[in-house]
Design a protein around this ligand. Structure first.
Ligand SMILES: [Zn+2]
Length: 315
């Protein structure tokens, strides 16, 4: 079952990755990518996710698994046309000869830049500087978690960094004190649904319920990160009606795959530029590597003169 799941994920990731490879960046997209392509893209991505129900996963399984390209998929996504899915590869020369070309990067490829499709409320371009200093937006998904969130908060506090937490309602219900702690420390909170389903797979009333239940616990939110990053026009309409904007990310640290703290830290700053949005996790499994990596990332950002701030759309 696990292998089937990853096979499905790989297929989706390959296609989506290839399509996104020439897509615009999140910021550029505030205006919109080529509409049809984006729609097809998201339809495609969500279609391949059917079997990987996220909500029940507790342990290693990331709460954002869909976008979680297994290692093998990353080079594939970047590879030129010749790359074929494993099963389809002809037995002869091709695979071995082609393999060296798709060199594995020193830093694992972050998940290709996400794009918000047409018709979905997107944030205005993120501010890039605060008081003349470049900003990095660190974001933490799938908490709050009794074990990991406090450690993340300590690391952030040690560097006077303020971030954004996209929380899952059922985790909030379990850890209401942590939400107060997060807000009390100057961080902000976004809605990440109640049970972490792919919203694009739900009927409109269910989507509304997922968002409303979490908002009821939080006292309202102004921004949302859809589980897995999946959003389409139908979901976008609901967000617009709620006055919520969709926040995705530029850099996926892939911390959910637990590649080691070093790799996570390297990936986090691999696309560093003023205004970059970085995805990490404070819940959804063992986040010890994330905690370890975070200290390095924050020191690195300090030494490069960056400040860490909450996403302006999340209040
Ligand atoms: Zn998530």
């Amino acid at each position: 079952m696990a292998s089937m799941r990853s096979a499905v994920a790989v297929a989706g990731v390959g296609l989506l990755g290839a399509a996104l490879a020439f897509g615009p960046t999140l910021l550029e997209v505030a205006g919109v990518p080529s509409g049809a392509t984006a729609q097809q893209l998201w339809g495609l991505a969500t279609a391949t996710q059917t079997t990987s129900a996220p909500a029940a996963t507790a342990t290693a399984a990331p709460k954002t698994p869909a976008l979680a390209a297994p290692k093998a998929a990353a080079p594939k996504a970047a590879a030129p046309k010749g790359a074929t899915p494993k099963g389809a590869a002809p037995k002869g020369a091709a695979p071995k000869a082609a393999a060296p070309k798709a060199k594995k990067p020193a830093v694992p490829n972050p998940w290709p830049t996400m794009a918000i499709p047409a018709g979905v409320p997107a944030p205005a371009q993120h501010a890039t500087h605060d008081g003349g200093k470049p900003i990095a937006y660190l974001t933490f998904d799938d908490g709050p978690d009794a074990q990991w969130t406090p450690q993340i908060l300590s690391a952030l506090a040690a560097h006077r960094a303020r971030a954004t937490f996209f929380v899952i309602g059922e985790e909030v219900a379990r850890n209401p004190g942590l939400v107060r702690q997060i807000r009390g420390a100057g961080h902000t909170i976004g809605n990440h649904s109640y049970t972490h389903p792919w919203l694009t797979k739900l009927a409109a009333p269910q989507v509304t319920a997922e968002l409303a239940r979490t908002d009821a616990l939080l006292g309202g939110t102004t921004c949302l990160r859809p589980p897995g990053g999946f959003v389409d026009a139908a979901v976008g309409k609901i967000m617009a009606a709620r006055g919520s904007v969709v926040e995705l990310w530029d850099t996926d640290t892939r911390d959910w795959a637990r590649p080691g703290a070093k790799a996570i830290a390297a990936t986090a700053v691999s696309q560093l530029r003023p205004g970059v949005v970085v995805l990490m996790h404070d819940g959804g499994g063992d986040r010890s590597q994330t905690v370890q990596a975070l200290g390095k990332v924050l020191s690195d950002l300090d030494s490069r003169g960056y400040v860490v701030r909450p996403l302006p759309s999340c209040r």
